[in-house]
Write a protein that binds this ligand. Sequence first.
Ligand SMILES: Cc1ncc(COP(=O)(O)O)c(C=O)c1O
Length: 370
Amino acid sequence: VLISLRRIKVNTIDFSRGVPAVKSFPMEKLAEAMQRAFEKHGATMLQYGSAMGFLPLREWIAQWQQCSVEEVLISNGSLQILDFFCEAMLNSGDTVFVESPTYDRTLTILRRRGINIVGIPLQEDGPNIEVLLESLERVHPAFFYIIPYFQNPTGITWSRAKRFQVADLARSHGFTIFEDSPYRFLRYRGMEEEAFSNIAPDRVLRISSFTKLIAAGIRVGFLLADSDIIQKVGKVAGDTYISPCFVSQAMVFEWCQADLLGAQLVHLRQLYSDRLDACLRALDEFLPDCVVARPEGGFFVSLWLPKGVSGESVRSAADSHGVVLTDGRGFFPNPEDGQNFLRLPFCALPPEDIREGVRRLAHIIHDHGV
Ligand SMILES: Cc1ncc(COP(=O)(O)O)c(C=O)c1O
């Protein structure tokens, strides 16, 4: 027993965290960018500054995303922006629509503000439009929070048809589309879907982040929205922290300015596409009927456990077999809906660990009923 426990201890496979691979961090180039940042922007980046973010990086993002600098706000990660946006725009008791399942931390942010959360079930190509329509007839949402590219937690990307349908509904029912797109640039194959910024520029605002493109610890995320929204969110930001971390933003600016993003994306796509392939191959081999969707990018693949298999017992058995899993219920507005849901983040694990993790998981699932 001792020997097997020891073996398990050194060989734990952690499917619980959607983090980037340490191997992906461009450490040397970031260190050089930081050196340049100190040389060129030392006084500015070490002083308090605008709550909207470090101006040269705002300008760089505006050019990259083809909008005006007044439409860009930068914060310490994109999650913080969601919280500021809710503070600026929502009152307790307001309604927000989300995909079901959705990003668990968004649910936490909405719940702690006393928001009425309505989950719109997610299908392989996007939200269930019938349920969306029924929900719109019952209640008006302040916004519909969506992750239309390589969603966290399912890996699903919305189809073009559903994007147009939801854009039409946003216009006819007068709601805002709040797009959260940290994985959009991490497409490993296939064609990019039409962006909401083209389909419904009058209805959409977007948060995104450098945390999945450069490194999570830099905490640099951004909001693209109308300048009046930027002002309102900026006011909350300023009241909260005076100004965000300019040291990080100046480093990211120097790194972007040196034209390193393109090569980094090529590197990430190579690194992560092998991992995605390893994950899908292992699932085809060991759990062929469980996969929710076959993503072409992003960080996540997800599963529905077969009927009659309890998520809770699989999770606890997985623990003793050296596989760490997240409780699927955390991703659902109605937690019971997620009893049998599993998210598998694959980016931080080497292909051989992914295969071994899926093999162990299949063994446990089959032991628990199938
Ligand atoms: C959908 C989604 N939104 C936001 C975030 C948070 O990003 P950031 O690190 O920019 O705060 C994550 C991180 O995992 C995410 O998956």
